[in-house]
Unconditional design. Structure first.
Length: 72
């Protein structure tokens, strides 16, 4: 399929990135917005900084650990 034959909304290879927790490929990031207490935010950011992790990486790892803990 040539470039001119591709659908307008086709995912381009440069839009793919490795998902940090699973290694699978996903499309570009989407926003995930929610509010947390100031204390939780400070503790989360502090933990990430102390372990040389980005906030997104810490969230992915925490969710992966939670899923693994509750796997059926």
């Amino acid at each position: 399929m040539t470039k001119s034959q591709q659908p307008r909304n086709a995912i381009k290879p440069e839009q793919l990135e490795a998902h940090p927790a699973s290694g699978t490929h996903t499309t570009r990031d989407s926003p995930l917005n929610f509010k947390v207490s100031a204390e939780f935010r400070r503790e989360f950011k502090t933990y990430a900084a102390q372990h040389n992790k980005k906030l997104k990486q810490l969230l992915y790892e925490a969710f992966a650990a939670l899923k693994a803990k509750h796997a059926d």
